[in-house]
Design a protein around this ligand. Sequence first.
Ligand SMILES: Nc1nc2c(c(=O)[nH]1)N[C@H]1C(S)=C(S)[C@@H](COP(=O)(O)OP(=O)(O)OC[C@H]3O[C@@H](n4cnc5c(=O)[nH]c(N)nc54)[C@H](O)[C@@H]3O)O[C@H]1N2
Ligand SMILES: Nc1nc2c(c(=O)[nH]1)N[C@H]1C(S)=C(S)[C@@H](COP(=O)(O)OP(=O)(O)OC[C@H]3O[C@@H](n4cnc5c(=O)[nH]c(N)nc54)[C@H](O)[C@@H]3O)O[C@H]1N2
Ligand code: SF4
Ligand SMILES: [Mo]
Length: 881
Amino acid sequence: MTETRTTCPYCGVGCGVVASVSGDQIQIRGDQHHPSNFGKLCSKGVRLAETLGVRGRLMHPSIKGERDSWSRTLAYVGHKFRQAVDQHGPDSVAFYLSGQLLTEDYYVANKLMKGFIGSANVDTNSRLCMSSAVAAHKRGLGSDSVPGCYEDFELADLVVLVGSNMSWCHPVLFQRLQAARRARPRMRLVVIDPRRTATAEAADQHLAIRPGGDLALFHGLLRFLIEQGQQRPDAHQLPGWSDIQASLQAYDLARVARETDLNRDDIVDFYRQFATSPQVVTGFSMGINQSEQGVDQGNAILNCHLVTDRIGRPGMGPFSLTGQPNAMGGREVGGLANTLAAHRELDDEAARQAIAELWCSPQLASRPGLKAVELFEAMERGQIKAVWIMGTNPAVSLPDSGQVARALQACPLVVVSDCVSGTDTQRYADVLLPATGWGEKAGTVTNSERRLSRQRAFLPASGEARADWWMLCQMAKAMGFNYGFNFTNEADIFREHAALSAINGRLGGAFDIGALATLTDQQYQQLAPLQWPQPAGQPLQLNNQRLFASHPASPPQGQLHLSSPVTSPAPAGWVLNNGRYRDQWHTMTRTGLSSQLGRHRPWPEISLHPDDARLLDVTANDLLTLEAGDGTLRLPVALSAQQRRGELFAPIHWSGQYSGQAAVNAVVGRGRDSLSGQPGFKGARVQALAVTVRVWAQLWLPEPVALPQGVATFWASQTHSQGRLYLLASELSMSDCVTRLGQLLEELGHGQPSASQASAQGSRHLYVEHERLLAGVFVSPQRRHLPGDYLQQALQSPFTAAHQRSLLMTPTTESRLLCCCLQLTEADIDAAIAEGADSADKVADVCGAGTGCGSCRGEVMERCRLAKNELETEVQNALAD
Ligand SMILES: Nc1nc2c(c(=O)[nH]1)N[C@H]1C(S)=C(S)[C@@H](COP(=O)(O)OP(=O)(O)OC[C@H]3O[C@@H](n4cnc5c(=O)[nH]c(N)nc54)[C@H](O)[C@@H]3O)O[C@H]1N2
Ligand SMILES: Nc1nc2c(c(=O)[nH]1)N[C@H]1C(S)=C(S)[C@@H](COP(=O)(O)OP(=O)(O)OC[C@H]3O[C@@H](n4cnc5c(=O)[nH]c(N)nc54)[C@H](O)[C@@H]3O)O[C@H]1N2
Ligand code: SF4
Ligand SMILES: [Mo]
């Protein structure tokens, strides 16, 4: 057995993972020595092994669908890029990258485009994710540097989470926070989110803010703090101090209450907690960044910490929770179109000279390139002749999917490198390049607390897959750049990246890992996780926890900045909030491969308040159509008292690959922050109307299929280890739907069903062979009469007569999996609650839920509370009678 220490490929927490390989058995566990997670993993980390292997992978390079060799394919790409640059100039080509690339890949891409091709058209999906926080950091702190570290969440007296569902999206950090709260009960948690999320459920105070009310809330907080005399003694020396005084006066309680839709007592309560806690950490994420006023919102948060000097010391500071595993590494190399490299700007002459010299750059980009959405707009206009999309799925993840499709169609050369095949973006690709995936590739990533960790390979590459940096180097040579890209391994690239960062250090910047520029290959191989900065000439320190320590040093070199919320009248329609489910990652190209991860939220749903459902004349399991522009989104309804009135919530995960009409960005517009260019995803506006569904169906098949035209008005699918499960809604009659699906199975060679059953509740047909359920068709007027999760159980073992009876006869309802470690469903948790367990701890004692990775604890608490409320209502009703 071999053991390899590496880093989780999902979220920005950046947990250390140990992979043990023995023959074809792979086991994954948390790395106890990793200072970000100390051995813990969340549900997604725990299931990593299920997503590995060659299933669904892109295996060979190809040009226009024809398999070809690496050398010919990359020569072709290099030739086409060269041709475009020669005929139309450097700005006619672009790279669209990803925070899921390793730093080494990112570095080479940025060097090639900005230093050799001479254009700054390098942008990344981090534009959709972190760019407002980056711009706020630059404006407020003078550089894009996260001041604190994870330990601050444990040391704080008050943690404020704004626009962050940390319990689901940064679960291991949330576990650390929760453990600290248990150890120190006087610690408080305030969550500011329009929805009552699993994170809000765990909080001492939840402020269900009106979307976009955050700006007013934090301006009001700053005013309150100054009224309480909390400003630092030298506050008047902070740049911008005098400018903000007058504007702040407008944010009295009445105004804040109006703009946030919160009640005054709750606001004051929050403000007092902040004022009386010297140690406050404010964590913010997509609810803040993904807004057309995202940068201003970021600065409103930074202001409160800067003015009151709650920054740079243990247990305090603003903390931008980065999403992707290497969002931070991308920012370090300069992966955004408006920066140069190594945290330096494109118009910084001193940096330009030093960087051009180190790179021996033939032509250095001199002006900002196109930001993600702008890039795709330029592409639609025909200005981009060749694009390389690397490690991201823009056909799904960019706003206004219709526009993205038009842009990709208009682009003469679309190159896509990815690990998996069949993504929505690949439908538009001329050239496909297979990239090594997690476990096969090697390099470094930087997490939310500036900690660099190694990702190490423990598996051979699948098929002909190669590292992205290698492809880039080959293509650079094919473009005619005969020096600058002769790297022999990742360590080689990393050393150059570290040397370049020292330029930033010399020019006064915080990001500087110059000390790592002299690592040997072996030292790089063994590099322990460590935090930047690590300047040359100083001994390496594993922990370098805080920047901007204001005592005795001076405050950060930034500006206080205060802008008023945009007060234009709200557009008509429903607010379509959107975000993440606990166990899925983005467009599901990897988590979608694990049937266990699919069991927490098997299908996409549109959540809305029961009163709004009445208004729209829909109830649970009806279908709702949302429309905006020329886009349509169609999803089953889930009633949720956790929603504010007037607001809907949809998950972002389902793409065209996994569903029909269920990809959210079809109806999300391109409106964006004017400074950062980050789309205002969270505030989409849509029209909503009910759709008639005559029947619901579940379809089980050994392979994915294209559903026949005209059968489904909505469908979604999920992968199981032995096949695909489909849920679909149809406007056909029961018998027509059964016939059409039966025909499909016949065409697929399954013949006639081996057992069938028809009742008022529906029609069920099983195709069994050698004690295996090969296929199944279940049709019913009511969605709740479909077999749901039971099918999963029936598939896990040889298919018995008992399984057959249950699947044909039993009226089954879906019970979602909550605790993925102990395989406990919502029904199991409810049973424990019925036995008297009324808290997450007690439920854990009764059935063990939440004692593994702990990701489900927030939802267990929610079920306890709901049960308590129900009981109270029952008692009150009884008393009233
Ligand atoms: N399970 C899982 N974890 C992930 C990911 C994943 O795909 N799946 N992706 C990773 C990535 S790349 C990212 S960027 C992070 C994202 O992590 P988060 O930002 O925590 O996740 P989201 O669900 O996008 O949105 C967070 C919350 O913002 C709230 N919100 C919406 N509008 C407003 C508003 O106007 N004000 C406030 N205060 N809140 C608002 C939403 O209701 C939502 O609960 O997650 C990372 N972790
Ligand atoms: N409506 C709405 N839209 C959103 C968001 C939202 O909250 N709401 N969130 C936005 C945010 S924060 C983000 S981060 C984006 C995420 O959106 P995307 O980046 O489009 O999502 P992923 O599904 O993670 O796509 C990553 C792809 O890269 C591949 N890949 C992984 N590793 C590698 C590698 O090393 N090399 C190569 N070549 N390929 C690799 C994966 O197989 C996968 O196909 O979505 C954004 N879009
Ligand atoms: S919290 Fe979960 S998804 Fe994020 S890095 Fe850790 S194990 Fe991976
Ligand atoms: Mo993200």
